[in-house]
Design a protein around this ligand. Structure first.
Ligand code: GLN
Length: 488
């Protein structure tokens, strides 16, 4: 057993930690600029889109990034293996960022498409490689994913500060002018910085490749030496159709119920088949459903919570005021503080830790509680802006929930997936995030800040709905454990 890495974990974990840290640095650094760059006028160096158009592009982009994980996972499983998929994905992502460093609309969109495709290749496969570092019975696995998750959030925390400073600060603009460069192009310096982050990640990955030489190998071709090109076409086409179908939810919100009904039908279909693989797929789909509900609340950080922060909160700390956008980093700060505690807790509890479905139910409970906390906060807005501690509390509760669900979900997928479908199953896990992001957008559309009573009801209804899902999931824990067939 390799215990030579971070905290007694395999040495490959450190490599994946830093590669993913830089990849997330790029992703979140760019994401922080995206909407702003689109809505700023040409006089400010932006594209001058209206908010509606910018929000639609933003939503489609963030959904596609996660949705293309299915394709990326399939390519790794059937063609090139996870290890090479991460390398190729990283190169495509860096190319995308550098493309966006050029000031034109065509390069902007080309860059977004490249980043979405590259992330689809990298994100699910780097996650499965973390799992491959451990044997199925290794109790360090959930702890390993908690540490990996910390890398994600180190990148996510620092990058908006760096890219935001390059893109928006007066200081950097005057430096550019001083060098004889156009200060309006500051945005593109932000995009390029994201590309530099990804490049650094790739350098770490290549230099330390021998630590990962035993995981993520390419699969052997079929007996006749061929590869499943036909099925690749089907998966690619299916992904495009799914993106289009999800976009249709904007026009026909009732489609969301069809989506739920389909998921429940799929769970029952697989659960009542006799073979163990089908039962495990049913368990994966239960986790999928729970994760989708979780992200639908959690991903309102960029919408509902950002509006609450901007319009209804006194953004002051120890007498200093700060921009409302800084709230976007608070979740990452909590993850960095809490991840070591959870990693320690899972190691400490060892075989006595709660089962993964129980951890998921607890995750849902905490995200529901975060919106319960917002009910009195919303009521208090009748008397004016509220203090910052409400949002600090909200992010604390959400992050506890996230630590119980998200790294645990990554870990559970790597345990439940049949070896030859590892990448695909991880892609399905990220599909839950894609759908959750979309649902979050639909829910946030109901946010109104004018009436405190209505706002309290807005939070309360969502808390109740998620609370009900939590109870159902708790009740299902024994059944899901049975479906998992011995996997914890
Ligand atoms: N914040 C995490 C990340 O960036 C989780 C994303 C997700 O699965 N929705 O990896």
């Amino acid at each position: 057993m390799d215990t030579g890495g971070l905290g007694g974990h395999p040495r490959g974990l450190t490599t994946l930690f830093f590669t993913e840290m830089w990849e997330r640095f790029s992703y979140y650094g760019m994401r922080a600029l995206l909407i702003l760059f689109m809505v700023k006028t040409a006089a400010d160096g932006g594209l001058g889109y209206d908010t509606k158009k910018a929000a639609a592009i933003y939503g489609t982009y963030t959904m596609s990034v996660y949705l293309l994980s299915i394709l990326g996972g399939f390519i790794a499983d059937n063609f090139i293996g996870a290890r090479r998929a991460v390398l190729v994905g990283g190169i495509i992502i860096a190319t995308g960022h550098f493309t966006m460093a050029i000031n034109s609309e065509v390069t902007f969109f080309a860059g977004l498409v490249l980043i979405a495709m590259g992330t689809g290749l990298l994100k699910p496969n780097i996650s499965t490689m973390v799992g491959s570092l451990y044997t199925p019975a290794d109790d360090r696995r959930d702890a390993g994913f908690s540490i990996f998750y910390m890398g994600i959030n180190l990148g996510a925390f620092v990058s908006p500060l760096v890219t935001g400073w390059l893109a928006q600060s007066a200081g950097w603009k005057s430096l550019l002018s001083g060098w004889g460069l156009n200060p309006l192009h500051s945005w593109h310096w932000g995009f390029a910085a994201a590309g530099v982050g990804m490049t650094l990640g790739l350098i770490v990955y290549v230099l330390q490749r021998e630590r990962l030489a035993h995981v993520g190998n390419a699969p052997a071709p079929e007996a006749d030496g061929s590869r499943p090109w036909g099925r690749l076409g089907v998966v690619a086409l299916g992904s495009l159709i799914l993106i289009a179908a999800m976009k249709a939810c904007d026009t026909y919100p009732a489609l969301v119920y069809v989506l739920f009904a389909l998921q429940i039908a799929a769970i029952l279909f697989f659960a009542f088949k006799p073979d163990p693989d089908s039962k495990r797929i049913a368990a994966i789909l239960v986790f999928f459903f729970a994760a989708e509900i979780f992200w639908a609340i959690f991903e309102q950080t960029g919408s509902t919570i950002s509006l609450f922060a901007d319009e209804l909160t006194r953004n002051e700390f120890l007498g200093y005021s700060f921009p409302s956008s800084w709230w976007q980093s608070v979740n990452s700060v909590w993850v960095i503080l809490l991840a070591p505690i959870f990693a320690w807790l899972w190691i400490r509890l060892g075989a006595r830790q709660p089962s993964s479905p129980a951890k998921f139910a607890l995750g849902l409970l905490f995200v529901a509680l975060s919106f319960v906390l917002m009910v009195p906060a919303a009521k208090l807005t009748a008397e004016g802006k509220v203090g910052p501690m409400w949002l600090v509390g909200l992010f604390f509760l959400q992050t506890v929930g996230e630590m119980l669900l998200s790294p645990v979900g990554l870990s559970t997928m790597t345990k439940l997936a049949p070896q030859r479908l590892l990448g695909l199953v991880m892609g399905i896990w990220f599909l839950a995030a894609a759908l959750g992001n979309k649902l979050a957008g639909v829910l946030a559309g109901e946010f109104r800040s004018e009436n405190a009573g209505d706002l309290a009801t807005f939070f309360w209804h969502q808390a109740l709905a998620v609370g009900a899902c939590t109870l159902v999931l708790f009740a299902l824990v024994p059944w899901v454990k049975k479906l998992m067939g011995g996997v914890r």
